[in-house]
Design a protein around this ligand. Structure first.
Ligand code: HEC
Ligand code: HEC
Length: 251
């Protein structure tokens, strides 16, 4: 049977739940997880750029069928890739992911960040100036990623994003510098084709350039977000992390 047929069979059978949940399935799932998922989710599911798997809060659904589809198809428009493997592999990985979820304890809760989400919100909307570039809920800027579901990320990743934003830059939000007609503009690329480049700057302005007039278009190689280790106190960082952790229903 071709892989496509296997996938089609898997899709119709999903609703019956995971048929591969034995100890050996989990062991094999763990090996696949280590190969395919660990870079973004961490071996324990609580580090990295991917969603936090030590929580049961899922933006894309918690049932076996929903998580099967998330792992098989990825999340379009995000870094979560489709896993192009047979349904059996997807199910075994899911069986392992369930053991990660089940292992989540108090240390994985937002409370363990040691911060206060209410105070964090005040910093986020005030002194931190985060809304200039980020949406959280209904309002905010577009230059950085939407943080409305930041609570699906690990507190470790959120903290690192604040202290060292250039360490891992979300590819869609990588900074670009364009020099054209004696002007230099830095921003994120909105879209780009053979003839034009459109940038969104930190002030929310859109700049459009014809390629012919741009003497330079270069990747910055660093985030357009500043590191907050100097501007915010350690307690304020903890508060902001606690606030981000609460977004999207995090506990
Ligand atoms: C290149 C990085 C990357 C890889 C590799 C990756 N993921 Fe993800 N994953 C992400 C990101 C980023 C998200 C958050 C997507 C979003 O914004 O909704 C995510 C989301 C998820 C979600 C959904 C969480 C939710 O809130 O519903 C699950 C489940 C998941 N990943 C499991 C896996 C598994 C299992 C693997 C390995 C087969 C894997 N991921 C591989 C980056 C990755
Ligand atoms: C000048 C615009 C700007 C400001 C102000 C700003 N950010 Fe960012 N932020 C970005 C950009 C651009 C990225 C994507 C590049 C990267 O990953 O560093 C980002 C990434 C992030 C990420 C990682 C999200 C992901 O999905 O990868 C978090 C978390 C974050 N910012 C939180 C904050 C918080 C909290 C504040 C306020 C204390 C803040 N940012 C202020 C522009 C900004």
């Amino acid at each position: 049977m071709t892989r496509l047929l296997l996938l089609a069979a898997g899709l119709s059978a999903q609703d019956a739940g995971n048929p591969f949940t034995g100890a050996r399935d989990i062991e094999q799932g763990k090996r696949h997880y280590r190969f395919y998922c660990v870079n973004c989710h961490g071996m324990n599911g609580d580090t990295g750029r991917g969603a936090r798997l030590t929580s049961k809060i899922r933006r894309h659904g918690t049932t076996d069928a929903e998580m099967f589809r998330t792992i098989l198809n990825g999340v379009p428009g995000t870094e979560m890739p489709a896993l192009r493997r047979e349904e059996e592999v997807v199910w075994k990985i899911l069986a392992y992911v369930r053991t990660i979820e089940a292992s989540a304890g108090a240390a994985d809760s937002c409370e363990a960040t040691g911060g206060d989400p209410q105070r964090g919100r005040v910093v986020f909307e005030g002194k931190g100036g985060c809304l200039a570039c980020h949406t959280a809920g209904a309002r905010g800027g577009q230059m950085g990623p939407d943080l409305s579901y930041a609570g699906t990320r690990s507190p470790a990743f959120l903290r690192e994003s604040l202290l060292d934003p250039s360490k891992e830059v979300a590819p869609a939000f990588a900074g670009v510098r364009v020099v054209a007609n004696g002007r230099t503009v830095e921003g994120v690329r909105l879209n780009e084709d053979e003839y034009t480049v459109h940038l969104l700057d930190a002030g929310g302005r859109i700049h459009s350039f014809r390629r012919a007039e741009a003497s330079k278009v270069e990747r910055l190689g660093k985030s357009l977000m500043q590191a907050y280790d100097k501007t915010l106190a350690a307690a304020e960082i903890a508060d902001v992390v606690a606030y981000l952790c609460s977004l999207g229903g995090g506990k």
